[in-house]
Write a protein that binds this ligand. Structure first.
Ligand SMILES: Nc1nc2c(ncn2[C@@H]2O[C@H](COP(=O)(O)OP(=O)(O)OP(=O)(O)O)[C@@H](O)[C@H]2O)c(=O)[nH]1
Ligand SMILES: [Mg+2]
Length: 414
């Protein structure tokens, strides 16, 4: 599954009629998506038939508004029985991090979180640009090198070519400052991103508005559900969560913690319960309770696991028995640190689950934030949110101009 971006002759090579040797393909980190050999397939581990049974084991519905006292000082706590899908037994489950800001998000702290989160990406680009353009006249070799810097930041070949083209325009043999290059970079990136920057709109006419979260292991699905639950609750929406990752006991616990923290009731069952049946019951209960939003967690699944992909299709199928339009949003959560591998994740999940939008997490932990630009260019899917940290507030709505300026290491737009 390891994928490296094919390096086709660049615009400048083609223009100058010479071929530039391709760089060594960068290894794609296996990242959290790797799964131990011989690990049981959750699709077979879970009960096989149970399609939309309303009479399964008694649901464990965490009451709304449970005081978060037990969470005080909550940190990584070891939970037994973590299965091979998620890691070794006894591996700590991720706990929600303390909030970084209690007050409603204002523009300043929003920009600070975005730029801090994007620092690794922007500084790697910035170093490359400064190294190339300090006191040097613009020539083909410099543009070639810049193109490589941009491709290494995962921006994608098309965007990289477009940026170098824009920089070259009318500036050949002239001096160009790193600041000018960054401004052009931001401008071109913004153009690519603008069509993808579409907010997630919760349709209040849908009761509940059903959001299904999908993605590979460890991409940040459960954490993003917690962050979204917090956002929706702060907007006065009544939120319910469904612990559809029935494969891991730790995953169920993790979602319950988020439920307690955000005051959202959580429908959970015992480990191994049928995920589709649980999703069905969650939707039925959310309707009964008059919830505005139902967020459904799912088990992390690798693209190549047919059984797990079939389980996703089944979840969608049974939800539609209760609401033919459900899920109203299917969000693919992508971990930015996997770089180019995100491309094949989008391709597969889109086919199986009908992904309607993307959330990209861990932009704070990688210099590969450019992958978002490559995805926008290639798929044109809406990017709703970006994750820039583990805290509950570290989920930013995606806006093209801010992201483009942050990636280029520029100041906030006036
Ligand atoms: N730095 C950083 N860490 C994040 C972000 N989003 C999630 N994480 C962390 O990534 C790890 C995995 O997150 P989860 O939410 O458990 O991922 P998941 O997709 O639910 O994982 P599975 O249930 O195993 O498939 C946790 O330690 C999270 O705290 C982010 O935006 N930035
Ligand atoms: Mg999870």
């Amino acid at each position: 599954m390891s994928e490296s971006q094919p390096k086709k002759p660049s615009f400048w090579s083609r223009l100058l009629g010479r071929d530039i040797a391709s760089p060594e393909p960068e290894p794609t980190p296996a990242g959290p998506a790797s799964r131990s050999e011989g690990a049981p397939d959750p699709a077979t581990a879970a009960t096989g038939d149970g399609e939309a049974k309303g009479d399964a084991a008694a649901p464990d519905l965490t009451p709304q508004g449970k005081p978060p006292a037990e969470l005080a000082g909550a940190d990584l706590q070891p939970i037994e029985g973590r299965d091979p899908e998620g890691g070794a037994p006894g591996e700590p489950i991720p706990r929600p991090q303390p909030e970084t800001a209690g007050a409603p998000t204002d523009r300043k702290s929003w920009w600070r979180r975005l730029t801090e989160g994007m620092r690794r990406t922007s500084s790697s680009l910035s170093e490359g640009i400064t190294g190339l353009f300090t006191k040097r006249k613009l020539d083909a070799a410099t543009l070639e090198e810049l193109e490589d810097v941009l491709i290494q930041a995962d921006l994608g070949i098309e965007t990289a070519t477009r940026i170098t083209g824009a920089i070259a325009e009318g500036r050949f043999a002239k001096e160009i400052s790193p600041a000018e290059v960054k401004a052009i970079l931001a401008n071109e990136v913004e153009k690519v991103l603008a069509p993808a920057a579409r907010p997630l709109i919760v349709d209040r006419a849908r009761k509940p508005f059903v959001i299904l979260m999908v993605g590979v292991n460890g991409s940040g699905k459960t954490t993003t559900i917690g962050k979204l639950a917090q956002k929706f609750a702060s907007q006065g929406l009544k939120v319910m969560l469904a612990a559809g990752d029935t494969f891991r006991a730790a995953a169920i616990e993790q979602l319950k913690v988020w439920g307690e923290r955000t005051g959202a009731p959580v429908l959970a069952r015992e480990q191994g319960a049928d995920a589709a049946g649980l999703a069905y019951d969650a939707l039925a209960q959310a309707k009964e309770r008059g919830s505005d939003v139902l967020l459904i967690d799912t088990a992390g699944r690798l693209q190549n696991k047919a059984g797990l992909m079939a389980e996703l299709e089944k979840i969608v199928r049974v939800l539609r028995k209760l609401d033919p339009d459900a899920p109203h949003a299917t969000l693919l959560v992508l971990d930015a640190t996997v770089g180019q591998n995100a491309v094949s994740q989008v391709e597969l999940f889109r086919k199986v689950a009908g992904v309607t939008g993307l959330v990209m997490t861990k932009l704070d932990g990688t210099a590969r934030g450019g992958i978002l630009v490559a995805l926008a260019e290639k798929f044109g899917l809406p990017v709703h949110y970006i994750g820039v940290g583990e805290g509950v507030e570290d989920l930013e709505p995606f806006t093209a101009r801010d992201f483009a300026r942050a990636i280029a290491g520029l100041e906030e737009a006036a």
